[in-house]
Design a protein. Structure first.
Length: 337
């Protein structure tokens, strides 16, 4: 079978590899689609993701497909089921897992990061992280359950009320997912700020978000929003997030910054506005909610997917030779896999 192997840092190769074997508690998935994430760009460059990826490894942690084989102990899925796979595998034994904070697991394992993922025709995963999807959800949409589940986790960390006004800074794929997730949760008003006129228009016209186009010189107002979600990961937008929060506001730092970056914060402003500043890491047990949001139509990810690649095109994309990509998925098999 074909696999896109990260053979070394900044070295991707399409290779013929053996079909993987499954353990008694594992599932073999015939991959349909695999999303390409900013984390994949980082892992390709030798930077850490949710954990370190040690070459040779097959990346791809956003996956959908059809169950091809199950181990003798598997009961939650069967051969032929259409599924999405949560990449994050918690140890269940460290102090974080034992105190209901598995996302902070000291021994995190991850499909497509520490073990081979979905950039291959077939991959394996423990049955406990394999989720059946409803008939109403396409395999293409299901491939991005993982990023949506990360947005769900971020929103779960917030204290939400219908009266609130929310600002999302960053019109990338994750920022756009936050727009729909927040509106699905019933908040009164969501504003998306960003640089792309096309993406801002889509979120205004299709999903009802207010917009701020900072590329056109439109300013984010200070002291205005009950909740601010920073979905960029740059010091300047992190500083904007704190400044934009109203009194009693909540600031969610979601964007993944460079490990060496720092941003300035006015400690008196945090005190005087009584701000809550919260980080959000991965997606603990949020797959069911993410699947339900997409299956019910409350969140529609398909308009946000700009490109569909095959395995051979991934290297050109992560190297920056393919431009104008908002969100890409890799197609490995047909809709029926």
């Amino acid at each position: 079978m074909k696999a896109l192997v990260l053979a070394a840092v900044k070295n991707l190769e399409v290779k013929d590899v053996d079909m993987p074997e499954i353990k008694s508690d594992e599932v073999l998935v015939h991959t349909a689609y695999a999303g390409i994430c900013g984390t994949d760009h980082a892992l390709y460059a030798g930077l850490p993701g949710s954990a370190d990826a040690v070459p040779p490894i097959v990346l791809g942690h956003e996956n959908s497909g059809v169950v091809a084989k199950v181990g003798s102990e598997v009961k939650n899925v069967k051969v032929g089921d259409r599924v999405s796979v949560d990449p994050n595998i918690y140890c269940g034994e460290c102090k974080y897992c034992r105190t209901s904070r598995p996302e902070l697991c000291e021994h995190l394992d991850a499909v497509g990061v520490t073990r081979d993922g979905g950039f291959e025709d077939y991959f394996t995963a423990p049955a406990k992280v394999v989720y059946p999807i409803p008939d109403s959800l396409s395999l293409k949409a299901a491939a991005v359950t993982e990023p949506l589940s990360c947005a769900v986790h971020g929103v779960d960390l917030l204290e939400l009320h219908p009266y609130q006004k929310v600002l999302v800074i960053g019109d990338g794929f994750m920022g756009q997912l936050f727009v729909q997730t927040l509106l699905a949760q019933g908040v009164e008003e969501v504003t998306l700020s960003g640089l792309s006129e096309d993406k801002l228009k889509l979120n205004h016209d299709k999903f009802g978000a207010k917009t701020i186009n900072t590329a056109k010189g439109e300013k984010i107002p200070n002291d205005t929003y009950d909740i601010v979600i920073e979905a960029v990961g740059r010091p300047e937008t992190q500083e904007q997030a704190v400044e934009a929060a109203a009194r009693g506001g909540q600031v969610l730092m979601f964007g993944v910054g460079n490990p060496d970056d720092k941003f300035s914060i006015n400690s008196y402003e945090v005190f005087q506005k009584q701000l809550t500043i919260q980080g959000a890491f991965i997606n603990p047990y949020c797959f069911e909610d993410a699947i339900a949001l997409m299956g019910s139509g409350k969140v529609d990810v398909l308009p946000l997917l700009s490109h569909e690649f095959d395995l051979k095109e991934v290297d050109d994309f992560v190297n920056g030779r393919i431009k104008g990509v908002s969100k890409a998925v890799v197609k490995l098999a047909g809709e029926e896999a």
